[in-house]
Design a protein around this ligand. Sequence first.
Ligand code: GLY
Ligand code: MN
Ligand code: MN
Length: 434
Amino acid sequence: MDAKEFPRRRKRLMDMMGDDSIAILPTSSVHMRNRDIEHPFRPDSDFYYLSGYPEPEAVAVLIPGRPAGEYVLFCRDKDPKMEIWYGRRAGLEGACDIYAADDAFPIEDMDDILPGLLEDQDRIYYNMGNDQAFDQRVIGWVNQVRERIRAGVHAPEEFISLNHLLHDMRLYKSRQEIKALRQAARISAVAHKRAAQACQPGMMEYQLEAELVHEFIHQGARSPAYPPIVGSGANSCILHYIENAEEMRDGDILLIDAGAEYEGYASDISRTLPVNGKFNEAQKAIYNIVLKAQLAAIEQVQPGNHWIDPHDAAVKVITEGLVALGILKGRVRTLIKDKAYTKYYMHRTGHWLGMDVHDVGDYKIDGDWRMLEPGMVMTVEPGLYLPAARGLARKWWNIGVRIEDDVLVTRDGHDVLSKDMPKTVAEIEKLMAH
Ligand code: GLY
Ligand code: MN
Ligand code: MN
């Protein structure tokens, strides 16, 4: 990410916050995995979006118009001994030189310094409810300022959620962000191809997970954006199946949902493959309904359309398809009205995509579905999940299909960021034949 990107974002947010206000953004906490082993640290997306600061134990504070500096970073100081054991730290100097903070203080001093920064501000922008212990500290700092009211100090009166301003900013992706999202999708597409080509009956699902993750890391995307789903047979019908622990059998279908995180930006791609490289007739019939639904939904990703238009398009194709196959019975219009399709298609057709895989941003404004605008990025991911169940002809059993792409809204339509991974029956069979 271009270094100028972060100051630009901070400035935009501060312009919206206005004077007499302060924003407080802690990064994520470190979580223990077991005993003294930590989960890999991932900065909080809001914090990282504004700071670009990758280390744990940090709090960014924005104070528009503060003469001594508008951007204060509390962070870990340098510590030669700790750095020998646990790795390099930017330190206070690095916070200013590398990450462009106007002022940097040791995180240990925050309780002493922060109340002073709150003095004479009217509004505190802060997201309550993410971390109870931190919420309590913020309230404690405000109370300390209140105690000084008789000394003529003015205490903040208003707590405002940062989400409203910041999450709306994050919904509209900049050029730099689109570049990162495109790269995340590109890497993920290569990984999906690699998994498709490695797939053989008799292999374990986790062996394909290994192919996916190998490609992610090899290409510099050090973590998946979410735990990869590799579900064959009946597992293809479990929406968030992540055990990935079964043998893949000849004749079964295989649903892979996996995306890399690259420079803090997620991709989210699903493809459905025949384990043995060739779809049978029933699998092909279901697959082609989902593909048609997905293409119809992508067609609706246009500026000026509403958030729900792609979903509605997908629901129509899916319902028509299920009626044509005799899986649903009745009139298409009525079945859509009664949501009969939700028995086999129980999730939405997509979500915003960005630093978080289910990214921030409102889907409705004043009760109405939001209008799509250039710079928004979303997934389009219809699916059909036919479990082994009475009332369903046996040939349909255990066919779970999802096809998911990452789509950018452009000025005159859309751009499918994940288009490198093929999705027609013929393309997939050709890919798997090699
Ligand atoms: N991989 C999560 C989702 O598709 O939303
Ligand atoms: Mn997905
Ligand atoms: Mn998704």
